[in-house]
Structure formats: C-alpha cells, structure tokens
Design a protein around this ligand. Sequence first.
Ligand SMILES: *[C@@H]1O[C@H](CO)[C@@H](O)[C@H](O)[C@H]1NC(C)=O
Ligand SMILES: *[C@@H]1O[C@H](CO)[C@@H](O)[C@H](O)[C@H]1NC(C)=O
Ligand SMILES: [Zn+2]
Length: 534
Amino acid sequence: MRSLKLLITVAVVLPCVVVSASKKLLSGGTIIAFDHETESLKVIRGGSILIDGDRIEKVFETANEANASVPIIDTSLETGDSASSVEVIDCTNKIITPGFIDTHRHGWQTVFKTMGSNTTLPDYGWRYSAFVAPPLFTPDDVYISQLIGLYEAMAAGVTTTLDHAHHTWSSDAATAGLRASIDSGMRVFWAYAFQPLYENFPIQEQIAQWKELVSQVTGPVTEVAVAYDFWSDSPFVDKSTTDRVIDLLKTSQRRIRAKSDKLRYSEYKPLLTTHHVEGPWLFGNSPQDLNKAGVLSSSLPIVFSHSSFIDTASANLLRATNKHISITPESEMHYGHTHPTSHLILDQASLGIDTHFTFSTDILTQARLYLQSVRYRLFQKTLDSWKVTANSPFSVNQAFLLATRNGGLALGRKDLGVIAPDAKADIVVWDGRSPALLGWADPIAAIILHASVGDIEHVLVNGEFKKRDKKLVVEGYDETVDKFLEAAERIQDALRKLPLPSQEGPFLTGAPYGLTETLDVLRGDGDGYGPQFV
Ligand SMILES: *[C@@H]1O[C@H](CO)[C@@H](O)[C@H](O)[C@H]1NC(C)=O
Ligand SMILES: *[C@@H]1O[C@H](CO)[C@@H](O)[C@H](O)[C@H]1NC(C)=O
Ligand SMILES: [Zn+2]
C-alpha cells in the first residue's frame, strides 16, 4: 500500500496551490444565504457570490454590484495576472445553496448496496456490521467502497460528512478508509472508531495509530476525529478501555493550551461521535453517560447519532453543553429504531444518513422525509384530541437549516453549511429551469419539496468544482468504477452464501424480539412481500 505520507503531500499541498491562483464569481443566481446577525435565512434574487480560494469573500445583492466591483479578466485569453483572475460562472436561472451537511455515515459499506432492502437493526448487526464484516474485506476493498460512497454523496450535493468509520478492524483497513476519504476531495470528518472487538488489534494499538494519523493529516478538507460506542457500563467492555479513550480526549485537550508543545496531536481538538439509541434497544451512550464519564462538558464538538428515545434529562444536558444529535430519518424508519422524541430537541439537532447501502445517500431526501414525518406525528396529536388541524408545525426553512447550518454547528463549525462572507466555499448550484422546479417562487420550498439530486448542476467543495455540469470532476472515474464493481460483486457473493441470522430469544441487550405485523398488497392468498432480487 502506498505510504500515507506521500498521499497527503499530493492531496493536501496541491489544492492549495491551485486555489490561490484564481477567484470565482457565481453570477446572477438566486442565493439562499444566511444572515449571522438576524440568525435567519436570507434569499437574494439575482445576486452573485465571490469565492476567493477556499472561502466566500463576498455575497453581492445584485449582479451589477458584483460586476462593478470585481475586476473580471477573461481567463480564456490567458493574458493578465492569473493570481487575480476571476472565473465567472453564469448562474442565471439557478438556485444557489450551501452544500448539505451529513453528520452520520458509514462510507465503507457501499459495496453492500441493495442487499439490505428490508433489513432490521438486529439483522444488520449480524450481517453487515463491523462485528461480522472484517473477513469479507481486504484493505483495498475498504478503500474503493469508501471512495465510491463519498463520490455518491458528493454527486448528491453533500459536501461535508461525519464518517463514523468503524472499518478500523486492522491498521491497514483503517488507513485505507482514511486514504479514500482524503482522495475523495469531500470534506470528511473521519472518525476513527475505537473498538475493543479485535483480538489482533487491541485498543492500545488503535489509539497509537490514531495519534500517528492525526499528526499526518493536516487538512484542508479531511479531519481525523474519534468514534466510540462503549461508554455505558457493559459486560462486554473492560472499564480500562473507556479510560484510555477518555484519557486520549482529555490529553489532547490539555495539551492544546500548552502552545510550546511541538507534537502536532497535542494541538488537536478532536470531534467525538457515538451511537446513542435507547428505548428497548438499550445501546446507551447517552449524554448522561458521557456526562458521568466527564467528557460532555469539554469543549470538544460531540455528535450523538440518532438519539432515538432521547429524554428530558439528556436533552437538557445537550443544551447546557451545546452538543448535538444527528437525526437519520430514513435509517430510523428503515431499521426500526425510530425517532419518537427527537423533534423536541431540534435546536441541538442536525441530519445524517447512516448506512447509505440500504437507502438514499442524500441529505435532501432526509430533510424532506423528516419534515413530513414530523408533520404527520404532530398533526396526529391534534386529530387524536378530535380537533381539526389549524396550522402547520414545521416549515421548509427549518428543514433547510437542519440540513445545512445546524450540521455545521454540530461539527463546531460556524463556517460550514451557510452562504455568508468568510464561510467555506462549499456550494451547490441547482437548475432552476428543470421540469421539477418550473414555477417556483420560494427557492427554499423549491429545493426542500420539489428538487431531486438530478437537478444539481455544480458542487463545489472548498472552492473547487467537484461536480460540474452534472458530472463528477474526478480523475480515472471509469477505472475506479470497474474496481468497485469487482469488489461489490465478490463481497455480495460471499454474503449470499451466509445463512440469515436467527432472531429468536433475547436480543444482545436483553430485550426479547417481537414480530412486526406484515402487510398485504394482493387480494386473495398472496401478500406480495416477495423475494429479494439479489
Ligand atoms: C456581469 O458580468 C458577467 C460576466 O461578464 C455577465 O455575464 C453578466 O451578464 C453581467 N451581469 C450584469 C447584471 O451586468
Ligand atoms: C427480507 O426479505 C426476505 C425475502 O422475502 C426474507 O427472507 C427475510 O426474512 C426478510 N428479512 C427481514 C429482516 O424481514
Ligand atoms: Zn450508524
């Protein structure tokens, strides 16, 4: 395998040189901007955005104003000083939004696509999870599966992802997934999962590798973070394991203040993420558990994934410590861990995807599903009290903020998920003349309720085109796809040969299994459930 150091030189140093050479002007579009003063979305019609390198330099209210103050040099003439040249991208009839922010994903699982169309959470655990997957994957498979998964997300307008990377069952597998994240060009918070599950790769070695990776990866768009799912008292985990993780998080914090310390990881404030699912699932990892462990009130950004069944005490802790949850609407509906209470803590919430091999990869779909499912839930309460619904409880603006700015806040980044001066230039340009959108007046409603990822024309990450004119801008796409398809076919073949796991007796955490009612779409004796065509 190529050395990580070499890669980082290529992946990190090169874009810096390229971005400083030019500015870009997104000219004359409808911009869904954010006003930090009023803390609200602001729609600018016929405005322009000036991008300088990796940042938004200015948002102009009119294209005229932009044209008057930006010295446009025709780059096609190849005259003039390239350092001050501005590339103009005509955005007439386009809607310009920030890139979507996904605060929970497992990118390495792309090769399983369509295998789990009706999987449940226990079924997933025994068939596709990091407990059982290691023998199916070489490090190269992890690489290609992660890379294609990130391409898929980026093509769908997701510019930032928090990847809960539990493909860390060996040092080579860990490195491969990180390398793919860097190579994707997407903004990835790659959260190395510390897992006391692998005899040949104990937690001490995982932590040692994490420190090494942190000191090697210094941006600009990939960050190494921490994932840990064993906070709660559990017979499966030795307390000293959790203590090591706590120690790592605290040490990195303590040493931030010691500016004289030259070790790079010592200046590092890692983001932390954990799967928090309660109700009968009893996975633990609640804000209360992290509070007990003494890490919740730290200054680290912390993201609790799902937070299904979150209660008042945990919600209050999130507000007091300014930590966030990642609601993954489609996952929670698909697998059955649901989200009965997460709408009560939307002020500390963001949206995520989870296992994109089983459903959509895009945050737009999550925002739409969540918006309508919460409307349903709240309307139901009114109807249950025999009243007729008089207002709508949840707006498209709120759904849009969850999909964008709230994600940035969850990651501790005010410069992500917004179009505003000084924000990172992570931007999506939509075709406002596509059949789906024709007739739009409100651009936020147009995106949240009518657009699809097929309407995305351009995607920029860190000021660079990653999708342009509806095509991904990636080198060697066809060869990468061929490699991916070979791995997917091989891994799916191995999976097909494994018997379906039994779901009888008690579940891992003690609660019994319960059969869910199935439905009928056929008259007569059949029910239409049918086989999986895999
Ligand atoms: C601004 O300049 C661009 C690039 O020269 C041009 O395409 C556009 O029509 C101009 N817009 C206005 C409103 O003058
Ligand atoms: C999914 O569908 C297949 C084929 O109909 C069936 O054998 C399997 O039991 C289903 N799995 C779950 C978890 O319902
Ligand atoms: Zn997950």
